[in-house]
Design a protein. Structure first.
Length: 719
């Protein structure tokens, strides 16, 4: 999505910069001729002039070569130096030995010169060992067979690409003793004869053969001199005295995944450091520690768990049996309350404490208003027309206004209050009759019963019809409807290949997921379409009379605004589906957990019933007007929502632009996942956070509400 546009914009930026370099050299040569030291562009311009190459062709060739040299000479060298410093900080005995070598051969009264490098054999071994463990390009740049050939006895047809896994090759236990350990000494003993220039195939960090990196000499010159001057000039330490995180970040060139934050204490006399040192050490310090490793607040990256694989990211870690919110909670314990995971090709910021959630939903609310698109919602949710999944924009704003002002307003809910009353009364009556029928007590599976209750309430409010009575009287249509709803929740909760690894989306067709999604979409659309058609027919036959349900209200509003019929139908069906999904399963889950918690905490159940006896008595049913007096009952609901929010991980949002969260740079396109299950069990906020204690909401937490303003408890989200 948008990759070609990004490529073209990047191309334009690069061409502008490099083109400026070439133009400046053309102008200077016209004004002053060729004098003084010549840089690479001067040399290339001279060669092009000598060979009478047309200017346009010459410019393209020079710009391409400049880009090649820049790409090959910056990130690769910076990655190598970053890994070298990280390895030395994690192996202080090696660092000490390298500095002792420098003191012997250079001393403390001058800086390291290039002529010293030949005597610094241990420093050379450190660079070799760094390139062995962390080659700048762990998988070599691809080559392609021009003809059929035989490799290792296998027939390789023309057109086959060749990928050398240097990371694996360099860690071969058949060649290297303790291959995973950082042991520069190996290059002073058995492997002293091994070089990195492409002739010893046990160690080929720059490649080999015709396409070997032409910048080997420059790279080794830079790496040796820069590292030598850094180690010679400073004492090194880490900010927290902990080991440096050695996790890797994906890419062609693999740098460290986390910033390299160090403490530097000068060793040499100040005049040596500030006056005598040439630009190399200054550039090295700036590039290695500040620019590339992100040691600035603007580009500080959030932590990322190790183990991400190309293309699939961390998905293989999330497909195991552990529930996702619990897995994220474990990751938060290790990496902190804000960390990044890779869901296929997408990045997601996982947030697990209330302070950072508040920052996302207040300071950055305008950055995170939209939803990432999903194939399941595309097919089952009328191409993202459902309010809860619609991308941020004019449509979402208009439907949000319709829902809050017309459908779910206090006035509308008051008009439909009788639906709650009659359905709950009918539900209680059915339970009572079942108990009497079974001699005063009945064994019931409550989740299905509560599901029937919630379905009847929501469907009556939306479409004016009752779907289920007791289980035996539910129609086949209602059961199909409920199954389709269950399938919707299941399918939208899957990590679809099309969503996470788009270029492999065909696998969703092969394994049958797309077929299931389309069948579910057809079932849902059939029922929702019937609701809309029945209302149209009734309005044609009888006009608008009596209580209006949600479909009536929406049809009236659409008629007033002269919205085309086809668009009306899609909008109404999508909105109905949003209301059903938001009002059935979530309420069923919450009530089921509440009853389960009460049965496991009988003293709480007893106390709740005593409160009901006091404020309601035994001679009548509970009315809605009684709820305000039932403060302990309210506390039970809050505590249930705290321990078991209906959506333990809030529906993902997506950053529409770059932003900063918890001091970390978050690029546009990053998904936001708030782990409510972890956030609402924070021991800093909640005493005995794993215990069911409704009393907490009658004392020090009495002021905490669930409506999205108190970020310690946001079961319905916020913002």
């Amino acid at each position: 999505m948008g990759n070609i546009g990004k490529i073209k914009r990047t191309t334009k930026e690069l061409d502008f910069a490099i083109g400026s370099w070439v133009n400046e050299h053309h102008e200077r040569r016209l004004d002053k001729g060729i004098e003084g030291n010549q840089d690479f562009i001067d040399v290339m311009l001279s060669i092009m002039d000598e060979n009478n190459i047309p200017i346009q062709e010459a410019d393209v060739t020079i710009k391409a070569n400049c880009l090649t040299l820049a790409l090959g000479g910056i990130d690769t060298n910076v990655a190598t130096l970053s890994w070298a410093i990280s390895l030395l900080l994690n192996n202080r005995h090696v660092l000490k030995k390298a500095q002792e070598e420098l003191d012997i051969h250079v001393g403390k009264q001058r800086q390291v010169e290039e002529s010293d490098i030949a005597n610094l054999v241990y420093l050379q071994a450190i660079i070799k060992e760094t390139l062995r463990l962390y080659p700048a390009t762990p998988v070599s740049v691809a080559r392609e067979a021009m003809d059929d050939c035989t490799v290792a006895g296998f027939h390789i047809p023309a057109g086959t690409q060749l990928l050398l896994n240097l990371w694996k090759l360099h860690r071969d236990p058949g060649i290297w003793h303790k291959p995973l350990d950082f042991l520069p000494e190996r290059f002073l003993g058995d492997h002293a004869n091994i070089d990195v220039r492409g002739q010893k195939f046990e160690l080929i960090p720059f490649g080999a053969g015709r396409r070997i990196c032409p910048g080997i000499t420059f790279a080794l010159h830079f790496q040796h001199l820069a590292l030598a001057r850094l180690l010679h000039g400073f004492e090194w330490g880490t900010v927290s005295d902990k080991s440096v995180d050695m996790s890797e970040r994906a890419g062609i060139i693999v740098p460290k995944a986390t910033p390299l934050e160090v403490t530097l204490t000068p060793k040499l006399p100040s005049e040596q450091l500030l006056l005598a040192l040439p630009f190399t050490i200054i550039i090295t310090i700036l590039v290695t520690i500040i620019l590339v490793n992100g040691n600035t607040q603007q580009q500080r990256r959030p932590p990322e768990p190790v183990g991400a694989l190309p293309f699939i990211g961390h998905l293989h870690l999330l497909w195991k049996s552990q529930l996702l919110h619990r897995k994220f909670a474990d990751m938060a314990d290790e990496h902190g309350p804000a960390f990044v995971i890779r869901l296929g090709v997408h990045r997601a910021l996982v947030v697990s404490n209330w302070e950072i959630a508040k920052e996302c939903f207040t300071t950055n609310d305008k950055v995170f208003p939209t939803r990432p698109k999903s194939l399941a919602v595309k097919y089952m949710g009328y191409d993202h027309k459902m309010l809860g999944f619609a991308p941020y924009g004019p449509y979402w704003r208009s439907m949000r206004k319709l829902a809050t002002v017309e459908l779910l307003s206090s006035r509308r809910l008051e008009l439909l209050k009788h639906v709650h009353d009659t359905e709950i009364s009918s539900f209680i009556k059915e339970l009572y009759e079942q108990s009497v029928k079974n001699g005063g007590s009945a064994v019931l599976e409550m989740k299905d019963r509560i599901g029937d209750l919630a379905t009847n309430i929501i469907v009556r409010m939306i479409a004016g019809k009752r779907y289920c009575g007791i289980k035996e009287s539910c129609s086949e249509e209602s059961r199909r409807w409920q199954k389709a709803l269950g399938d919707f929740f299941y399918l939208t909760g899957l990590f679809l290949v099309s969503d996470t690894i788009p270029f492999l989306g065909c696998l969703d067709v092969v394994i049958g997921t797309i077929g299931k999604i389309k069948r579910t979409a057809k079932e849902l659309d059939f029922v929702l379409g019937n609701w809309v058609n029945e209302h149209r027919e009734r309005r044609l036959n009888k006009g608008i009379e009596g209580d209006q349900d949600f479909v009536d209200v929406m049809l009236s509003i659409m008629d007033e605004n002269n919205v085309p019929t086809q668009e009306v139908d899609v909008t109404i069906k999508a909105t109905c589906l949003s209301l059903v999904l938001g009002g059935v399963e979530t309420n069923v889950v919450t009530l089921t957990w509440a009853i389960s918690l009460l049965l496991n905490n009988r003293h709480v159940l007893k106390k709740a019933q005593e409160e009901l006896d006091i404020h309601v008595g035994n001679q009548r049913q509970v009315e809605e007007s009684d709820i305000a007096n039932l403060v302990y009952l309210q506390a039970i609901i809050k505590e249930t929502l705290r321990l078991y929010p209906a959506t333990p991980i809030l529906v993902p949002r997506e950053a529409m632009e770059d932003c900063t969260v918890a001091g970390f740079h978050i690029p546009a396109g990053t998904q936001l996942l708030v782990n409510l299950w972890k956030l609402q069990r924070d021991p800093r906020i909640w005493h005995k956070p794993l215990d069911f204690l409704p009393e907490r909401f009658l004392s020090d937490r009495a002021n905490i509400d669930v409506r999205g303003q108190n970020f310690e408890l946001i079961p319905f989200g916020s913002g």
